[in-house]
Ligand binder design. Structure first.
Ligand code: HEM
Ligand code: HEM
Length: 148
């Protein structure tokens, strides 16, 4: 994932190079997620017949993936604003600032951003493992549903 291109930042680091890349790709992902959620809200997938426990775990994991995919870039944006960094959608379109420069909230959200990014990585690993489990152990076609 893009997040791990983020080099260590310090108080007076300037948002250029890899950091500009991180912000550009991260905000583009946020835009993609907005489209995805709008699509998903209006298009229900066909029902699947899984045992209840598995259905609950799946709903929990997918819900958490959606939440983190929104929260992680948003919190990064808040932190970037508190550093007075220009945040541009895809590195091109200037976006507004989400917190005042030097705000303690913005500072704290930087740490939350990094921590939740790790949680997201773990969930993605769990999610891919589950997809492979369905494909090769249960052989129940859960993966094929993703692929038209
Ligand atoms: C899903 C998208 C993103 C992921 C997975 C992600 C992941 C990460 C990770 C893992 C770090 C920690 C790097 C380190 O400690 O060396 C980090 C730091 C940072 N990210 Fe992101 N990021 C994303 C999107 C964004 C966006 C959209 C912005 C701003 C618009 C942003 C701004 C920052 C900033 C300012 C830091 C430094 C935080 C600090 O140390 O206080 N990130 N990001
Ligand atoms: C090898 C990579 C991946 C495979 C094989 C895979 C496979 C799947 C499968 C089979 C589903 C269930 C679709 C259904 O029948 O309802 C699914 C749903 C989902 N996946 Fe993945 N996935 C992969 C990577 C990812 C990644 C990297 C993310 C996020 C960064 C992600 C986020 C989601 C989300 C949010 C859902 C829920 C969709 C919904 O119900 O609206 N997936 N994936």
């Amino acid at each position: 994932m893009i997040g791990w291109t983020m080099p260590d930042v310090h108080r007076d680091t300037k948002p250029i190079g890899e950091i500009a890349w991180h912000l550009g790709v991260g905000t583009a992902l946020l835009a993609v997620m907005a489209c995805r959620i709008a699509w998903r809200a209006t298009h229900q997938p066909p029902p699947h017949n899984l045992p209840n426990a598995m259905r609950a775990i799946s709903a929990l994991t997918h819900g958490a993936l959606y939440m983190l995919l929104l929260a992680v870039p948003l919190l990064g944006w808040i932190n970037a604003s508190s550093r007075a960094w220009a945040v541009k959608l895809g590195g091109l379109v200037a976006l507004p600032s989400l917190s005042t420069v030097g705000s303690s909230l913005g500072h704290a959200m930087g740490d939350v951003h990094s921590a939740l990014a790790w949680a997201l990585l773990v969930l993605i690993g769990l999610h891919i493992t589950a997809a492979l489990y369905h494909r090769f152990v249960l052989r129940d076609g859960a993966l094929q549903r993703m692929m038209p």
